[in-house]
Design a protein around this ligand. Structure first.
Ligand code: KIV
Length: 276
């Protein structure tokens, strides 16, 4: 559990969007990680994480797809429901999956309501700026908190063609800053900035009053998010510069499984004490 020497918000019993805003005002960095299931979410929450994102990265990490596009609304609701069952303190944000909000604000509202009603999540996250503003507006008008996501937006990978750093050119950088203002003015409670130059991210975090959470956006933003399976070293094939690995769980898990296989084959397991 986090203690008051690390966080001024250690004693908060439930993180809300208002708590995140307070954190920004008090210069406390927000720690956010993804989770997709009950067991992991429980560990993260007990450790004191501020925000859990039920990311559509579940499409890659949990289901083995090569992009976030195939995951469905029902699958996201299943993951979110499992996470919500485990969490007491963290704010739980659920990604709206590809195809459930782009280009049709009525369908967007129906999708967001399903996420909130069926999973019990605290908020939704959507990728894009001006293109999705009508959907953002409609969802906000129903009282559902919305987080934006700009920069590298993986649901548009087929438009971009690659996962390289975004907004390095002046035009794209200008559009990103404008979009961040549009999302803030619409009433979003925060924005994720993914894989953009640190200087640009710092400018956005300075200009925009709502919390800005970075992934590959440098240190001068209001918080950081990583994909849990990447930072624990369960996934190995993905190694961008921004990823800090805190563990090498893929080796540890394989080592444990090999030991188990050996123990079963040699009839070392179960032993006298492990039987009835
Ligand atoms: O789906 C996800 O994990 C995300 C993070 C990369 C921010 O959107």
């Amino acid at each position: 559990m986090i203690t008051p020497d690390i966080s001024k918000f250690a004693n908060v019993t439930k993180v809300t969007t208002h708590v995140l805003q307070e954190m920004k005002l008090k210069n406390e960095k927000i720690a956010m990680l993804t989770a997709y299931d009950y067991s992991m979410a429980r560990l993260l929450d007990k450790a004191g994480i501020d925000v859990i994102l039920v990311g559509d990265s579940a499409s890659n990490v949990m289901a083995g797809h090569t992009s976030t596009l195939p995951i469905t609304l029902n699958e996201m609701i299943y993951h979110a429901t499992s996470v919500v069952r485990a969490v007491k303190r963290a704010l739980v944000i659920t990604d709206m999956p590809f195809g459930t909000y782009q280009g049709n604000s009525k369908e967007a509202l129906i999708s967001a309501i399903r996420i909130m009603k069926e999973s019990g999540a605290d908020a939704v996250k959507m990728e894009g700026g001006r293109e999705i503003l009508e959907s953002v507006d409609r969802i906000l008008s129903a009282g559902i908190p919305v987080m934006g996501h700009l920069g590298l937006t993986p649901q548009s990978i087929h438009k971009f063609g690659t996962y390289v750093v975004r907004a390095t050119e002046e035009n794209e950088a200008r559009k990103l800053v404008e979009d961040a203002h549009l999302l803030e003015n619409a009433g979003c409670f925060g924005i994720v900035l993914e894989k953009i130059p640190a200087k640009l991210a710092a400018q956005v975090a300075e200009e925009i009053k709502i919390p800005i959470i970075g992934i590959g956006a440098g240190p001068d933003v209001d918080g950081q998010v990583l994909v849990l399976h990447d930072m624990l070293g369960i996934t190995q094939e993905f190694s961008p510069r921004f990823l800090r690995r805190y563990h090498n769980l893929s080796e540890e898990i394989q080592g444990s499984v090999k030991s188990y296989i050996r123990d079963v084959k040699t009839v070392d397991f179960p032993n006298e004490r492990e039987k009835y």
